[in-house]
Design a binder for this molecule. Structure first.
Ligand code: SF4
Ligand code: SF4
Length: 290
């Protein structure tokens, strides 16, 4: 029988992020019998990243020089590196510039010493190191973590969220205005777009099991672009959404455009697709995406 020390060494490196990915991973225990967890600061009390890691999961974006240092160290010590979650893939929430006041107080060395230096923004990790596999999501579900760790080669992931949603798209139910994200009680059987909600499921990659749309919350795209939109300009994604809403609703185009450009939606789309605007990043192929 294999003892934990016979199993491949598995580590989780957390850069600037929120620990949501780690919590999602911990919500599944299937990986425990396949790996020997040797490093994960959230649950394993060691500061030493071992030299010979088989699989390294990296969550969080590169926001400080310390993140960059740790990322290079992790990459040089691991055979396979998997980028997990929105922050590792796009920079995530930490890329949104903070208010001047909190930033200045945070950087004030008279109050706090030896803080890492901030980089100009939060970067996705593939700007700096080779990534073998990408696992998008904010956070990825426990099932997706297991897919990435155990059966990435044979994974069959739904191409878009609509495939897993189960709500019916109707041709004879055409809303004339957009409903706010928390307004009303959506019919549980019918596509949220037919009910006027700004759902992004048509251009978002599947795999999450339509976690939000099945209970009635519009998808905000946290699994990132579906394969046809990988590496494409964000305007390409917005064009598709515009087409979907024009085809399925009678909402005036000005209202659709205003909703697509709203700060609320930009907050999400900016995080989940922002990497496409950085020409210095490697192209992400669909074979490497879970
Ligand atoms: S509710 Fe959203 S995810 Fe579900 S079918 Fe409609 S557009 Fe697709
Ligand atoms: S339904 Fe959309 S927002 Fe919700 S988990 Fe899936 S991809 Fe993310």
């Amino acid at each position: 029988m294999e003892t934990p020390s016979d199993l491949p060494k598995f580590a989780v490196l957390q850069l600037s992020g929120c620990s949501g990915c780690e919590v999602s991973l911990l919500n599944s225990d299937e990986w425990i019998s396949n790996f020997n967890l040797v490093y994960m600061p959230l649950v394993v009390s060691t500061h030493k990243l071992p030299e010979d890691i088989e699989v390294l999961l990296v969550s969080g974006g590169v926001r400080t020089d310390e993140d960059l240092h740790n990322l290079h160290k992790g990459a040089s010590r691991s055979k396979k590196l998997i980028a997990v979650g929105t922050c590792a893939l796009s920079g995530g929430i930490a890329q949104i510039p903070e208010g001047h006041i909190s930033r200045e107080s945070y950087l004030d060395s008279s109050h706090r010493l030896r803080l890492p230096s901030m980089l100009p923004r939060a970067y996705p990790i593939d700007k700096f190191v080779h990534v073998d596999l990408y696992l998008p999501g904010c956070p990825p579900t426990p099932e997706l973590f297991i897919t990435a760790l155990k059966e990435a080669e044979n994974a069959r992931i739904a191409s878009i969220v609509c495939q897993e949603c189960g709500r019916k798209k109707l041709t004879n139910m055409r809303p004339t205005s957009i409903s706010g994200p928390r307004s009303g009680t959506p019919d549980p059987e019918i596509c949220l777009i037919n009910q006027g909600y700004l759902c992004l499921g048509t251009s978002t990659r599947g795999g999450c099991g339509a976690l939000c749309t099945r209970p009635g919350h519009a998808c905000v795209g946290c699994r990132g672009p579906a394969n046809p939109y990988l590496n494409k300009d964000p305007e390409f994604v917005l064009d598709n959404l515009r087409r979907v809403f024009t085809r399925m609703t009678d909402i005036p185009i000005e209202e659709i455009n205003a909703a697509l450009a709203s700060p609320w939606l930009s907050l999400f789309l900016g995080q989940f697709t922002d990497y496409t605007q950085d020409q210095s990043l490697p192209q992400r192929t669909k074979e490497k995406m879970i």
